[in-house]
Structure formats: C-alpha cells, structure tokens
Design a protein around this ligand. Sequence first.
Ligand code: HEC
Ligand code: HEC
Ligand code: HEC
Ligand code: HEC
Ligand code: HEC
Ligand code: HEC
Ligand code: HEC
Ligand code: HEC
Ligand code: HEC
Ligand code: HEC
Ligand code: HEC
Length: 466
Amino acid sequence: MVILSRADDQCVTCHNSIEDKPSLLFKNDIHQQNGISCADCHGGDRKSEDADQAMNKKIGYKGIPKGNDITKTCSECHNNQAKMKRFGSSIKTNQLEFFATSVHSGGSIDGGEWIAQCITCHGAHGVSSVKSMQSPVHPANVVKTCTKCHSDPSYMKKYNPSLPVDQLSKYHTSIHGSLNKKGNIDAAECASCHGSHNIYRPADTRSTVNAVNLPSTCAKCHSDVQKMKKYNIPTDQYKKFAKSVHGKALLEKHDLGAPACNDCHGNHGAIPPGVESISNVCGTCHALNADLFASSPHKKAFDQRKYPECETCHGNHEIVATTDALLGVGVGSVCSKCHKSNENQKGFVAAQFMRGLIDSLELSEKNAKGLIEEAQQKGMEVGEAKFKLRDVRQSRLESRTMVHAFNPEKFKDVVNKGLEAAQFVKSEGQSALDEYQFRRFGLGVASFIITLLAVSLFLYIRRIER
Ligand code: HEC
Ligand code: HEC
Ligand code: HEC
Ligand code: HEC
Ligand code: HEC
Ligand code: HEC
Ligand code: HEC
Ligand code: HEC
Ligand code: HEC
Ligand code: HEC
Ligand code: HEC
C-alpha cells in the first residue's frame, strides 16, 4: 500500500482549507498518525485536486457511511489481520467477532440497524488510542459513554421497559464509583466488569458478569497484589471464596442458588455490607437463621458491641460447612470465643447444655439406625420404624437451625421431638430383633421335636420289625 505524504493527499489538503469539523478532529486521530486518511474510509481519488473528480462515486467514492456500513467500514481493517499488518499494527482483530454476537448488535428501534456502531463508543474522526485520556472508552470516560444511553429512561424504555436505568446513580454511591469520579482508573468501571465488545446479558453464560464468571471478573483486580497494594486491603477474597461452601456450590456445581460476590456486595453499588446489613444479606437466602437470630439474646448484645451478626461466627469469604463442633465449649467451638466458665457464664452453660443435647440426639439416631439395619438384614419387616427415622433426621436438621435462637429451652423442644422419635424407632427395632430371636428359638425347638419324633418313630418301626 502506498502511503501518501499529507502534502500529496488532496482530500486532506482541500478539507483542511475548508476547516470543516472532520478534518479539524482528524489532526489528532490515531489513524492519521498511522498514515491512514479520508479516502481509506470514504473512498475516492486522494490524488485529485478537483473536488468532483476526487469525490466521484464512479471511481469508488462511498460518501458518508450510514447504519451498519459504518461498522463494516471500520472492520475492513480491524477485522483483517493482514491489512492491519500493512499499517504496521499487530493489535487484536477480534472486535467485530465479539461485537456481532453482543447485546449491542441487536436491531435498533429506528431502521433495524445495530443498536451501537464502532463509532458510538470510539467516535469517527479524532479516534484515539484507548489508553489515551482523550478516548471516550478510557476508564475515566467510559462511564459517560455507556450511560449516555443507559441513564436515558426514554431511550432505554423503547428497547426494554423493564431494564433498570439506575446503574450510574448506584455506581456513584459505591467505592468504585467515587474513586472513578475522582479520575482513579484502578477502580472498576462499566467496561472492567462488563467487557467492551463482548457485552452480553447477565444471564448469558458468555457474560463476564454471569454469576459463574463474576468472581474471576472481580478477582482480576482484587487478587492482583500489585494493584491493590496501595489500598491496604486483603487480596484473598477469591481464593477464600473458591474454597468456601458457597464458592464450591457456585463454581463447581454451577448452583445458581449460591451467592456470587455481587449477591453480598451488590452490582453497581459494590460496597462492603455495613455491620448492620450483613445479616440482611445472608438472610435473603438463609431466612430462618436470620429470623431466629433477630429474636435471640445475641441480637441486642451484638448490636451494642458492633459485632457483625452472621460473620462473627461464620466468617465472610471462607464460610465452610458447619458441624456440631462449632457448638459447645470445646476446642473449635465458636461459643467459647466469648463465653467462658468465668466470663459471660450464662452463655457458657447454655452452650454446654445445647451441645450435650445434640450429641445425645446424634447418638440416639445412630443406635436407632443400627437396630433397624440389623433387623432388616435379618429379613424382619420394619417399614414403619424406618419411615419414622426421617423424623429423627428432620429434628436434627431443625435443631442445627434452632441453634440461632440461642435459647436452651427452645432448642430442647426441637431436640426432644427427635429423641422421642428415636426412642420409638429403637423400641420397634428391638422388638423386631426379639421377634427374630423368638422365631429362631421356636424353629430350633420345633426341629428338635420333629427330629426326636422321627428318631423314635424309626426306632419304633425297627422294634416292630424285629
Ligand atoms: C478541492 C476540494 C475538495 C477535495 C479535493 C475533496 N473534497 Fe470532500 N468536500 C469538499 C467540499 C467543499 C465538501 C462540502 C460539500 C457540501 O457541503 O455540499 C466536501 C464534502 C465531503 C464529504 C461529505 C459528504 C458529501 O459527500 O457531501 C466527504 C465524506 C468528503 N468530502 C470526503 C472527501 C474525500 C474522501 C476526498 C478525497 C478522496 C475529498 N473529500 C476531496 C471539498 C473537497
Ligand atoms: C476511520 C474512518 C474515517 C476516516 C479516516 C475519515 N472519516 Fe469521515 N466519516 C467516517 C464515518 C464513519 C462517518 C459517519 C459519521 C456519522 O455517521 O456520525 C464520517 C463522516 C464524515 C463527514 C460527514 C459528517 C460529518 O461528521 O460532518 C465528513 C464531511 C467527513 N466524514 C469527512 C472526512 C474527511 C475530510 C476526512 C479526512 C480528513 C475523513 N472524513 C476521514 C469515517 C472516517
Ligand atoms: C459499547 C462500546 C464499544 C463499541 C460499540 C465498540 N467498542 Fe471498541 N472498545 C470499547 C472499549 C471500552 C475498549 C477498551 C477495552 C479495554 O481497555 O480493554 C475498546 C477497545 C477497542 C480497541 C483496542 C483494542 C482492543 O480490542 O482492546 C479497538 C481496536 C476497538 N475497540 C475497535 C472497535 C471496533 C472496530 C468496533 C466495531 C466493530 C468497536 N471497537 C466497537 C468499547 C466499544
Ligand atoms: C484503513 C484501515 C483502518 C480503518 C478503515 C479503521 N482503522 Fe482503526 N486503526 C487502524 C490502525 C492501523 C490503527 C493503529 C493501531 C495501532 O496503534 O497498532 C487503528 C487504531 C484504532 C483505534 C485505537 C486502538 C488502540 O490500540 O487503542 C481505534 C479505537 C480504532 N482504530 C477505531 C476505528 C474505528 C471506530 C473505525 C471506523 C470508523 C476504524 N478504526 C477504521 C486501521 C484502520
Ligand atoms: C447507543 C446506546 C448504548 C450504549 C452507548 C451502550 N449501550 Fe448497553 N445497551 C443499549 C441498549 C438499547 C440495550 C438493550 C438491548 C435489549 O434489551 O435488547 C443495552 C444492553 C446492555 C446490557 C444488557 C442488559 C440486559 O440485562 O439485557 C448491558 C450489560 C450493557 N448494555 C452494558 C453496556 C456497557 C457496559 C456500555 C459501555 C461500554 C454500554 N452498554 C453502552 C444501549 C447502549
Ligand atoms: C463492579 C462490577 C460492575 C460495574 C463497575 C458495573 N456493572 Fe453493570 N452489572 C454488574 C453485575 C454483577 C450485574 C448484574 C448481574 C445479574 O443481574 O446477575 C450488572 C448489570 C448491569 C445491567 C443490566 C441491568 C441491571 O441493572 O441489572 C446493565 C444495563 C449494566 N450492568 C450496565 C452498567 C453500566 C452502564 C455501568 C457503568 C456505569 C456498569 N454496569 C458498571 C457489574 C458491574
Ligand atoms: C478494575 C479493577 C476492579 C474490579 C474489576 C473490581 N474492583 Fe472492587 N475495588 C477496586 C479498587 C481499586 C478498590 C478500592 C480499594 C479501596 O479503596 O479500599 C475497590 C474496592 C472494592 C470494595 C471496597 C473495599 C473496601 O472495604 O475498601 C469492594 C467491596 C469491592 N471493591 C468489591 C468488588 C466486587 C464484588 C467486584 C466484582 C463485581 C469488584 N470489586 C471488581 C478495583 C476493582
Ligand atoms: C456471602 C457473602 C459474601 C460473598 C459471596 C463475598 N463477600 Fe466480600 N465481604 C463480605 C463481608 C461480610 C465483608 C466484610 C465487610 C465488613 O466487615 O464490613 C466482605 C469484605 C470484602 C472486601 C473488603 C476487604 C476485605 O477482604 O475485608 C472486598 C474487597 C470483598 N469483600 C470482595 C469480594 C469479592 C471479590 C468476592 C467474590 C470473589 C466477595 N467479596 C464475595 C461478604 C461477601
Ligand atoms: C444467594 C443466596 C445466599 C446468600 C446471600 C448466602 N448464602 Fe449461605 N448458602 C447458600 C446456599 C445455596 C448454600 C448451600 C451450598 C451447598 O452446600 O451446596 C449455603 C450454605 C451456607 C452454609 C453452610 C450450611 C451447612 O449446611 O453447613 C453456611 C454456614 C452459610 N451458607 C452461611 C451464610 C452466611 C453467613 C451468609 C452471609 C454472609 C450467607 N450464607 C449468604 C446461599 C446463600
Ligand atoms: C454465635 C454464633 C453464630 C452466629 C452469630 C450465627 N451462627 Fe449459624 N451456626 C452456628 C453454629 C454453632 C452452627 C452449627 C450447629 C450444629 O451443626 O450443631 C451454625 C449453623 C449454621 C447453618 C447450617 C445449619 C442450618 O441452619 O442449615 C447455617 C446455614 C447458618 N448457621 C447460617 C447463619 C446465618 C445466616 C447467621 C446470621 C443470621 C448465623 N448463622 C449466625 C453459630 C452461629
Ligand atoms: C462474639 C461473642 C459471642 C459468641 C461467639 C457467642 N456469644 Fe453468646 N453472648 C454474647 C454476649 C455478649 C451475650 C450477652 C452477655 C451475656 O448475657 O452473657 C451473649 C449471650 C448469650 C446467651 C444468653 C444468656 C442470658 O443472659 O440469658 C446465650 C444462651 C448465649 N449467648 C449462647 C451462645 C452460644 C450457644 C454460642 C455459640 C454457638 C454463643 N453464645 C456464642 C457473645 C457471644
């Protein structure tokens, strides 16, 4: 490709003399700096000084591209690696590929062309490197570029009346948004969470904000030790989350019922849940635990001391599956962190008592199950008792939740239901085994008598024969 010097380029020369807006803007355009000129996008004969000849449709002058032709014009180079090489460029050439499948290549209301074109975000003349402060997609400016549409209710309503238009106002309440407003480009902006050309609806599994992908999107920054150093906050959230009961459910089992980062921190208002709101966050999914906690003696005691609610005992990012070991006053129990035999003693006694109850329920359940299994192996009918075992299990599950009332009496009621059911199962199991023993004994006696009879009959017959 012959790159003309600017002096030889009659399009530029003549248009500069007219001082129209495109040619003024083009002076600072990255394309201009790479030897590209008017004719590379608009066509025509750049060597001709004559306007009619230079802008002659017959020799390939295209005029002003409209609609999707705009994106096609840009993509003639940006989707063509060989062509970009000829301009000495080795940047990515995948923008069209992504964009054409993205939510912004849906049909627009007026005319059916794509919702956005390349120039909607980058401009047409005066295009800058995306790293430059001049670029409308530079992190300091991209929020404005996206929200030109997304904060315009009358425009957005035409496409999707149910789509919120509050992203900007929420974003400005977040730590990310307030930093971005001050020109800090370390903080997340629209494109660092959503992508640029590859923007999809959140429910789309290709989306960077899809629940399963979101934790790695946040981790791009929050696990970057170098980047977060100056903020003096931990960078272990992703690592811990991935190991947690929530992270495993979401990332490994793709269980969408488990929380991703944004379920606790919000989407656009990504802020740490304040001390008082934490149980509200957990309570959106663990409603029963939260209700019980709210009416427990800990509610007031924790509020007064400004302890976070659920987090105090379960942590935040590394929440693990719970066991009975958490309850009580032994090693590994959470209660003993605050209750000791000589400190907050009532809770100490309660914890010890509650742990004793749940241990005895577990033991009863184990014994009852053992008896039933043994009876079943011996061919005894224990259907009803086996069914009743479910009640025991249910009571054990309920009692683990009932812990959160931190009320020994209420806890005892739930455990007792299970203990009673276990007692029933045990006695059913025992009598089935007794019955089995009895039958076996009966069978033994019967066969002994029959054998005895047969032998005596035999002897008797022999005697008669003699
Ligand atoms: C000798 C001066 C001259 C030259 C050379 C020239 N133009 Fe123009 N061009 C004009 C003028 C004047 C207008 C404004 C016409 C109008 O407003 O009706 C114009 C308009 C345009 C427009 C606006 C759309 C349209 O068709 O009205 C485009 C795009 C354009 N020129 C591109 C080019 C390109 C590309 C070249 C080189 C291949 C070029 N021009 C060469 C003078 C020139
Ligand atoms: C990278 C591609 C590209 C280059 C290079 C380019 N243009 Fe354009 N130009 C466009 C596109 C795309 C539009 C349509 C813009 C729109 O619809 O808002 C346009 C529109 C125009 C228009 C009419 C609308 C307006 O904004 O006034 C004129 C005049 C124009 N260009 C002149 C020029 C001139 C003169 C040059 C060279 C100095 C040039 N262009 C270089 C892509 C380009
Ligand atoms: C919805 C807005 C938007 C649209 C539409 C858009 N871009 Fe981008 N583009 C961006 C953002 C934001 C970046 C910066 C990405 C980054 O820093 O990672 C970018 C970056 C780029 C880059 C730099 C290299 C790269 O891929 O990061 C090029 C080249 C580019 N865009 C070309 C295009 C072309 C060509 C089109 C049309 C097919 C287009 N863009 C459409 C927002 C957009
Ligand atoms: C004639 C080929 C060609 C056309 C047509 C073209 N570009 Fe480019 N574009 C380039 C080259 C070459 C670069 C410089 C890339 C580099 O710095 O390595 C570039 C750079 C860019 C950049 C800056 C990328 C970065 O690394 O930050 C953006 C954004 C961009 N173009 C957008 C557009 C848009 C929008 C259009 C359509 C209106 C368009 N381009 C049309 C060749 C073209
Ligand atoms: C030209 C206006 C416009 C611009 C600029 C724009 N968008 Fe959009 N965007 C839309 C429209 C319209 C829709 C709705 C499409 C639909 O529902 O069919 C949309 C949809 C979306 C969606 C999917 C919403 C959903 O749940 O359906 C996301 C996410 C999104 N845009 C993010 C962005 C980001 C990030 C930027 C900036 C990089 C951006 N948009 C720039 C107009 C725009
Ligand atoms: C910290 C990451 C993050 C930032 C920054 C961010 N978003 Fe979002 N965005 C999300 C998440 C997460 C969702 C929702 C996912 C879901 O619904 O499951 C979302 C949803 C959306 C939606 C769909 C409608 C809605 O509100 O739920 C649009 C549109 C959108 N974002 C646009 C934007 C725009 C515009 C910006 C810039 C002002 C922006 N986002 C900044 C993470 C972010
Ligand atoms: C582009 C990088 C980037 C991305 C992506 C990002 N963040 Fe941030 N985030 C930051 C920076 C920088 C801070 C400022 C740290 C500070 O001031 O303490 C921050 C602050 C936060 C804070 C407040 C921390 C505190 O207590 O000071 C939370 C919570 C947070 N981000 C959550 C998220 C979540 C959730 C996501 C994903 C949806 C996310 N971030 C995505 C860069 C990012
Ligand atoms: C189950 C809810 C929950 C989930 C899921 C969650 N967080 Fe948090 N996060 C919290 C709580 C609670 C805090 C502590 C807030 C406080 O103490 O004020 C916190 C604190 C933070 C902080 C502040 C610094 C720190 O470590 O204390 C950042 C940054 C953060 N989270 C990012 C993330 C990221 C990134 C993800 C996803 C990988 C994530 N969080 C997932 C609940 C959650
Ligand atoms: C979006 C819903 C959601 C939110 C919000 C949520 N969780 Fe969970 N949580 C779940 C799901 C689903 C599971 C079960 C995961 C699995 O094991 O498959 C779970 C499991 C747990 C477990 C383990 C339960 C067990 O049987 O041992 C604990 C403890 C827990 N969450 C505590 C919390 C705390 C504390 C918070 C707030 C900081 C919280 N959760 C926020 C949905 C949520
Ligand atoms: C004072 C400590 C403490 C606090 C505060 C606490 N928990 Fe628990 N949590 C426990 C203990 C102990 C267990 C385990 C009980 C067992 O297995 O015997 C447990 C078990 C759980 C379980 C698994 C059992 C079940 O109910 O499915 C979930 C889920 C749970 N907690 C959620 C929460 C939520 C949500 C909050 C906040 C509203 C919270 N916890 C507050 C101590 C606490
Ligand atoms: C973070 C500290 C902390 C943890 C952990 C904790 N408690 Fe407490 N608890 C308190 C405080 C403070 C009070 C109120 C002071 C008091 O009355 O002793 C309290 C009160 C109680 C009470 C009410 C006592 C009364 O006055 O009637 C019970 C019962 C109780 N806790 C049980 C438990 C159990 C069981 C656990 C473990 C699952 C536990 N607590 C874990 C701090 C804690």
